[in-house]
Design a protein around this ligand. Structure first.
Ligand code: AP5
Length: 212
């Protein structure tokens, strides 16, 4: 099954994808994670996109489309995948159609005040990649990753100014994809405001997978 996770920043796309990939045994492909790994490793791509991510703007379409096109050629995608954070613009969605067949587009819905609470409390571990929340999903020891023992940090784009911009960018450039995919009959709405376990269960139900 080839699935797109759509929804505003902080809707829980990454959190649910991390759970769903285990249930469905398919890879979780997050363009945000790919860019953040490139920045951490100081690759040419990382240097190119660092300031774009920090500001909350989008990376240029052509670059992002090529990156996803290449990633989807890898062997682990043959049984399906979850695309998290791609496409994010109409040109990206149109390009995706030329190299992928999508079965479902999951639109995670969450109220704006909850988005702000989730993003302002998010903390990440750079080495392990694990995502925490200071209230909703705290580590065992405050500020320390359960897996690696590294110090948790706040994403540069979770700071207030960037969050406001990311929400504007989402509304302007990404929200039109809901209509785009509704017209294609691919959209499934999932309430993202419940606990991760309940959101996961709703997601599996809308794609017709019985978890039991
Ligand atoms: P990306 O990493 O994709 O950011 P995003 O879409 O803004 O999504 P987030 O990672 O902020 O949120 P999420 O929905 O995954 O929430 P999460 O599960 O972490 O992209 C970053 C940047 O990369 C972009 O701004 C852009 O610059 C660039 N980029 C990426 N893709 C691109 C593309 N296609 N084109 C161009 N540029 C691109 O959850 C958030 C918090 O809430 C966490 O702390 C979590 O623990 C908590 N939480 C989650 N779910 C729940 C729940 N159910 N209950 C309680 N707490 C929860």
């Amino acid at each position: 099954m080839n699935i797109i996770f759509l929804g505003p920043p902080g809707a829980g796309k990454g959190t649910i994808a991390a759970l769903a990939k285990e249930v469905l045994s398919i890879p979780h492909i997050s363009t945000g994670d790919i860019f953040r790994a490139a920045i951490k490793n100081e690759t040419p791509l990382g240097k190119q996109v660092k300031s774009i991510l920090a500001s909350g703007e989008l990376v240029p379409d052509a670059l992002t489309i090529d990156l996803v096109n290449e990633r989807l050629k890898e062997d682990d995608t043959s049984g399906g995948y979850i695309l998290d954070g791609f496409p994010r613009t109409i040109p990206q969605a149109e390009a995706l159609e030329t190299f992928a067949d999508i079965d479902f587009v999951i639109n995670f819905t969450v109220e704006r005040d909850m988005i702000i609470r989730r993003l302002s409390g998010r903390r990440i571990a750079k080495e392990s990649g694990k995502v925490y929340h200071i209230i909703y999903n705290p580590p065992r020891v405050e500020g320390i990753c359960d897996i690696t023992g590294e110090s948790l940090i706040q994403r540069e784009d979770d700071k207030e100014e960037a969050v406001v911009n990311r929400l504007e960018v989402y509304e302007r450039q990404t929200e039109p994809l809901i209509e785009y995919y509704t017209e294609k009959g691919l959209i499934r709405n999932v309430d993202g405001s419940d606990t991760p376990e309940k959101v996961l269960a709703s997601f599996l139900a809308v794609i017709g997978v019985d978890k039991s």
